[in-house]
Design a protein around this ligand. Structure first.
Ligand code: GLA
Length: 675
């Protein structure tokens, strides 16, 4: 792994100088210096300018831009520029265009119009990487390499004949022979048995439900094809350059089809893009989830926020501007949760193109604006907290997340369309957020031993080894919660027999004989006063104690919430979709039982997260409420907006970062013990 960290917290943006006359570039660098920007991503969408015709490269403008940035002391995260092919590629090689499941071609004119399995695209894109890397490997401005951009954002699934051939190759590698594929895909069903590899195609639009395992394997293949582009570009960069290599992931914004837990091994730093959902009244909660998941993908190590927005985006139905202070709270909340860099899309708002109404650091109105003033303030903030760089986030709780479980859980022809994978993830994480407790969102294969509490929401597909690891964790004294529609199938999407939730039946001490999903809008009551919707199931305790049962609905008297002592620990099960208040109560009980707790107790809406390095620790306090908050914290406040004299006072909407005075040392590796 190549080291990527600088002296502090990186600060910057995507920078697209090619959209502006060179006279503007001088002002850009001047304003970047004023704002404290020290890292910009350059060249992301520059292929058509850098290589105007096949094999003819024009680097003059990029040379001048990089020289200017370097003279201004600004580092460059240089793109390989392969994110969007130039129009000449599709014109000369129409077979590189991607096709949808129904056969429709996705034409050039937007971006990312290429088939991810196209050998022509691969060859041309790597030739570009080679040319860019050769030219700039030793340019003093370059501090990092940015492979492509949001790989698979628009073209993750291609169903063309080239992709079909690549899919067959991938399946041969996975299964070896057709008998194994037929077994895995369960092709005895509906006359689907394959006798010749040539008969196997991607799950194109079919008269009815396509084979679920065929769909699942196509999703795995598609993620792997995108990853293969990352690895191919990385191989070129590794050969020619020495700076760290990354690409921007899209964790936590609903992007489903890229298995980032497996991709993390291919980057020197996990970098993420996160945008708020304007329609969400509490977007800071989803932001926290995205950051906690990014940290989980990074294995707990610091990561880089490659993109977020200073204010509104342009691609949602109603693009809401950020309120004063929100930019700062958002950025510092990412840092609180492990980011060692805060970058935005983009430096200067475009005049033309589909993103001209997307916010930027320098808006259309120029630098005399609320946005640019807040940008400058943030730049100063990040300098003031440079010392947190390299520290790691304390978390007592792990939430298990598996992209394959997501894909499997949301395949068609299931008991209820209302069961979605991220629903319980967001509900449980939200309850923890409200309780002020930090969670790592990690892959089920992660070592769980240091966590006090482990939550497994909707882990529909689970491997034997991962189910066994959760059991071992509980036996050793851990507390776990599993929610409905977990443990149902193996990695081939074959049902685990003998009663649900197959893989977790013994751990949970229950056996479900039949699902009873609810009608749209139907609610049931539990005998502890909770309400629930979407899902119920006919569950029999087999060793578990019953904590709550249904008071009405299709299954009156049947257990809905159970707890099973296993070894030195306990495994809880929620067999229904509890309302938010009941979820909060359930999480409070789990926290009490497990001993997981917030770094400092604070009112709901005040985010408190601790980062730690060696024997030093920093407390981040983000006050999302309208009221002043007082916390029993002493130390040195680094941002200068809060007082920390005999307790910390954080005004409404403000952020504090406190270098804690009482030195704490890790006792069990996670929980602080005060000395
Ligand atoms: C993504 C892309 C950027 C830009 C932004 C707009 O993150 O990587 O190029 O399109 O979205 O929000």
């Amino acid at each position: 792994m190549r080291s990527w960290q600088g002296d502090g917290i990186w600060f910057g943006a995507d920078y697209n100088p090619e959209q502006w006359p060179e006279s503007t570039w001088v002002e850009d660098v001047e304003l970047m210096r004023r704002a404290g920007v020290d890292l910009v991503s350059v060249g992301i969408f520059s292929w058509a300018l850098l290589e105007p015709a096949p094999g003819r490269f024009e680097f003059g403008w990029l040379d001048r831009s990089l020289d200017l940035l370097h003279a201004g002391g600004i580092g460059v995260d240089l793109a390989t520029a392969t994110a969007s092919p130039p129009p000449w590629l599709a014109h000369r090689h129409p077979e590189t265009l991607p096709r949808r499941a129904d056969g429709a071609i996705l034409w050039p004119g937007g971006r990312q119009a290429y088939c991810p399995s196209s050998p022509v695209f691969r060859e041309r894109s790597l030739a570009l990487v080679e040319a860019v890397a050769t030219r700039y490997a030793d340019h003093p401005a370059v501090v990092m390499w940015h492979v492509s951009n949001e790989l698979g954002c628009h073209n993750v699934h291609c169903y063309c004949d080239v992709s079909a051939e690549a899919f067959r190759g991938w399946l041969r590698d996975r299964y070896g022979d057709l008998d194994a594929l037929n077994d895995a895909w369960g092709t005895a069903f509906w006359s689907q048995r394959y006798h010749d590899w040539a008969e196997v195609v991607p799950p194109r639009t079919a008269p009815t439900f396509a084979n679920p395992t065929q769909q699942l394997d196509f999703l795995r293949f598609s993620s792997d094809e995108q990853r293969a582009q990352l690895r191919a570009e990385r191989a070129v960069l590794e050969r020619l350059t020495r700076q760290p290599i990354t690409t921007n992931f899209m964790i936590g914004t609903g992007i489903k089809y890229l298995d980032y837990h497996s991709w993390a091994a291919d980057v020197d730093v996990v970098a993420n893009d996160h945008y708020l959902t304007a329609a969400d009244p509490q977007p800071q909660v989803n932001l926290a989830l995205a950051a906690d998941h990014t940290r989980g993908v990074a294995g707990g190590a610091p990561w880089l926020l490659m993109e977020h927005s200073t204010s509104a985006v342009n691609w949602q139905p109603r693009n809401v501007a950020k309120t004063p202070g929100q930019l700062r709270r958002n950025s510092l909340a990412h840092v609180a949760r492990g980011a060692d860099g805060v970058l935005f899309f983009q430096w200067r708002a475009s005049r033309a193109g589909a993103e001209k109404f997307h916010s930027a650091l320098v808006p259309h109105a120029g630098p005399e604006t609320k946005v640019f003033r807040e940008v400058c303030r943030l730049g100063a903030d990040l300098k003031a907290i440079a010392e947190v760089r390299g520290s790691r986030v304390d978390a007592d709780v792990a939430i298990l997340f598996d992209y394959e479980a997501w894909w499997g859980a949301e395949l068609d022809s299931h008991p209820s369309v209302d069961v979605t994978y991220t629903d319980r993830l967001a509900a449980l994480h939200g309850a923890l957020w409200r309780a002020g407790v930090t969670a790592d969102v990690v892959h089920p294969s992660t070592d769980l031993s240091a966590y006090k509490l482990v939550l497994a929401p909707t882990l529909y597909l689970v491997r034997d080894a991962d189910a066994a690891a959760l059991r071992a964790y509980v036996e050793a004294g851990g507390t776990a919660l599993v929610t409905y529609f977990s443990g149902i199938v193996d990695e081939h999407d074959h049902v685990r027999l003998g009663g649900y939730p197959g893989a977790f039946r013994e751990l949970l001490g229950i056996r479900t004989e039949e699902f009873f999903p609810l009608r749209a809008g139907e609610r049931v009551r539990l005998d502890d006063g909770a309400t629930a919707d979407v899902w119920t199931e006919w569950l029999h305790p087999e060793g578990a104690e019953v904590l709550a049962a249904y008071a009405d609905g299709p299954l009156p008297g049947v257990p809905a919430l159970t707890r099973h002592r296993v070894g030195a620990g306990a495994a809880w099960y929620a067999g229904t979709r509890l309302d938010d208040a009941a979820t909060d109560r359930l999480v409070a009980r789990l926290l009490a039982e497990s001993g997981a707790r917030p770094p400092v107790a604070a009112p709901t809406g005040v985010e408190v997260v601790r980062r730690r390095r060696d024997d030093r620790s920093w407390l981040f306090v983000v006050n999302h409420t309208d009221g002043e908050v007082r916390l029993p914290v002493t130390g040195t406040e680094l941002l200068g907006g809060a007082s920390c004299d005999g307790g910390l006072v954080v005004p409404p909407g403000e952020v504090a970062v406190v270098r804690e005075e009482v030195r704490c040392s890790p006792s069990n590796g996670r929980a602080p013990s005060w000395t």
